[in-house]
Design a protein around this ligand. Sequence first.
Ligand SMILES: NC(=O)c1ccc[n+]([C@@H]2O[C@H](COP(=O)([O-])OP(=O)(O)OC[C@H]3O[C@@H](n4cnc5c(N)ncnc54)[C@H](OP(=O)(O)O)[C@@H]3O)[C@@H](O)[C@H]2O)c1
Length: 282
Amino acid sequence: MNESDPVVLVLGATGKTGSRVVAELVSRGVAVRTATRSGADVSFDWSDRGTYAPALKAVDRVYLIAPVMRLDFAEDVSAFLDEAEAARVEHVTFVSAYGMENAPQEVATRGVELDLMGRRGLGHTILRPAWFMQNFSETFCRPVDGAIVVPTGSGAEAFVDAEDVAAVAATTLADPAAHTGAAYDLTGPEALTVTEAAAIISEATGRTIVHHEMDREAWVAGAIADGIPPEYGAVLRQLTETIASGNGARPNDAVKQITGRPPRTFRDFARKNTAAWKDTSK
Ligand SMILES: NC(=O)c1ccc[n+]([C@@H]2O[C@H](COP(=O)([O-])OP(=O)(O)OC[C@H]3O[C@@H](n4cnc5c(N)ncnc54)[C@H](OP(=O)(O)O)[C@@H]3O)[C@@H](O)[C@H]2O)c1
């Protein structure tokens, strides 16, 4: 790599998408700087604005995920984007969420989208993914004692693999000029109910995994009791209601259009991740 090669700052670089974006960029020979609160090239904390400018020094492009488990982050992200413009960053690829174009500007994620769209000195691409398949292997949809407990009813969602989200992000960061100003809805190839997803995990693991529906308010209260910030309960309520009401993500071909390869199916994802479901007693 030459000194003149672009450097990509990857925020959230130890997370579900960020870690995969790093791997994708490195495999393409792109220079990467990782930034999180710990375990990265530079220490970066959304709650400490003094960490923004040092992380952005000599950076050309940014993979941006907003602060997680918070609702009040639009001003922090705006301050970060001011620093990015001052540092002459050329491009930001921002991970938003499916359907966010319909949210009011008071919703922080939509606020960040509008902020980016209004900046003349900074190119951007907005990614709006469906629910990640990895929610079933790494986070809140992981089966416990053979059951996936989530109030999504019989609604379906075109779950997308975080690997595909990362591949799209890396493509936009490796060649930003081809994606400047674009907003992409990212989905998997088929819309599945959680009952269908559980059946596919059962088939892959050889163990019975089922979907248990639960009263939404009791489920949100349980998540808060387990440690999510109480104000974030509203997000969980809205996310699950969207699917249950039949308004979940519908499949499209954006992943294939952008990366040249079809999005991974849930069946492939399940086969690849059986180790994640070896012990579902906790
Ligand atoms: N899950 C889904 O189904 C889904 C679907 C669509 C969109 N999204 C969006 O995807 C984003 C989350 O991406 P992800 O799943 O890749 O993230 P993730 O797995 O939750 O990882 C979060 C990353 O952010 C870092 N981080 C946490 N707190 C931080 C702080 N205060 N300052 C700096 N870094 C911090 C973490 O590292 P440290 O803890 O070491 O700092 C980690 O690297 C969210 O914006 C979400 O809305 C998710």
